[in-house]
Design a protein around this ligand. Structure first.
Ligand code: NAD
Length: 361
């Protein structure tokens, strides 16, 4: 069977890591017909649009996309193409595994955490009021009248909505994920002691959903600041983490740091009937075109994608090939070396070649 998949190479280092992943996926023998679609600075140059409608249509049609990172241009008024894609397609669940691979230098071994981040709400909705604008002043005055709290008149304001609907949806997703992947515990991360009506709602709804899964998956709660400390000290205590959007973003980078850095952290954005697979890292523009950065985060995103399209054996083979290359330590990019200036570090392409050799045995 041919799988038609949208390929968004992205910009910056996007093309290099995306095509490294494409070559590795193809080496598994899974029959993929890639439909290339533009987004980001390349799209802006070629079509005048940063996120062309044709790209969203392609993902809607194919239901699955592999996406390279995209630079968020400063000063265009566009917040983030990545956030726009997630919102337009209602990719409400962001899944980011943080897993140790033998051979990667990091503080801990045997970490196997999964971050489930709510992707549609919270401060990422982009509802913001710019400092000095008349509507911002009007809002400040209204809040002053209704709450008797004085927001300084030279403030900017960002709005943080968190709903029952979206929290139930992501909490159920986290518990279902736990069951499907034989995980034992979901930890809800929040700051409900301070933000009672947003994080408080998130926590209460998560508790209610946890009841539905009682006896099958354990549930616990952690305040986000304490969680940050606990993860750095005893990450093995945790299993699946359930978080609102902003904390999910921050904690997933922290967890990437626990297992060797952004170069090895994959991710998936999953909706009701479509999914986009992408690395946690960004477009690292300073490394663009240098054949230097680590393709593993993108390749492991491809592993998640293969599992999503029910190509489990191919996913296993690809992940095993990645494991072997890392464990052998011969074909590693600079970021996995003790000294980043190590002359034996290989490029993006050469690391992908080594992985392909392992797949082909
Ligand atoms: P970044 O992740 O692009 O890079 C930060 C640093 O991490 C790099 O300088 C590099 O040292 C390291 N790094 C990142 N990817 C690596 C890899 N594959 N191999 C080795 N080292 C790697 O973060 P940034 O510099 O904050 O963001 C750059 C741009 O990317 C911004 O415009 C940002 O908005 C965007 N961004 C996009 C996405 C996405 O497309 N999903 C995610 C995050 C950031």
């Amino acid at each position: 069977m041919t799988h038609k998949i949208t390929l968004i190479p992205g910009d910056g280092i996007g093309r290099e890591v995306a095509f490294a992943a494409v070559r590795c996926i193809e080496a598994t023998g899974v029959d993929v017909e890639w439909e290339e679609a533009l987004a980001g600075t390349e799209a802006l140059e070629k079509t005048g649009e940063i996120l062309p409608q044709a790209t969203l249509d392609s993902i809607r049609r194919n239901k699955v996309a592999l996406k390279g990172p995209i630079t968020t241009p400063i000063g265009t008024g566009f917040r983030s193409v990545n956030v726009a894609i997630r919102q337009a397609l209602e990719l409400f669940a962001c899944v980011r595994p943080a897993k140790s691979y033998a051979g990667i230098r990091s503080r801990f071994n045997d970490i196997d955490l999964v971050i489930i981040r709510e992707n549609s709400e919270d401060l990422y909705m982009g509802i913001e009021f710019e400092q000095g604008k008349p509507e911002t002043k009007a809002l400040i005055n209204q809040i002053g009248r209704e709450t008797k709290k004085n927001i300084r008149s030279d403030s900017g304001i960002s709005i943080k909505p968190i709903s029952i609907f979206a929290t139930q949806r992501i909490a159920r997703f986290a518990f279902e994920y736990a069951i499907k992947n034989k995980r034992k515990k979901v930890t809800c991360v929040h700051k409900a002691n301070i933000m009672k009506f947003t994080d408080g709602l998130f926590l209460n709804v998560a508790r209610e959903v946890a009841q539905e899964y009682s006896g099958r998956v354990n549930f616990e709660e952690a305040i986000v600041d304490n969680m940050s400390m606990q993860l750095v000290v005893k990450p093995h205590k945790y299993d699946v983490l359930l978080l609102p959007n902003l904390y999910g973003d921050i904690i997933s980078d922290l967890c990437a740091g626990l297992v060797g850095g952004l170069g090895v952290a994959p991710g998936a954005n999953i909706g009701i009937d479509s999914a986009v697979f992408e690395a946690v890292h960004g477009s690292a523009p300073k490394y663009k075109g240098q054949n230097k950065v680590n393709p593993i985060a993108m390749i492991l995103s491809g592993v998640l994608m293969l599992r999503y399209i029910k190509q489990d054996q191919a996913a296993e083979r690809l992940e095993n090939a990645v494991k072997q290359v890392i464990a052998e330590g011969k074909f590693l990019t600079y970021d996995l070396k003790v000294d980043p200036l190590d002359q034996t570090a290989v490029g993006t392409k050469e690391m992908a070649d080594a992985i392909i050799r392992k797949i082909k045995g």
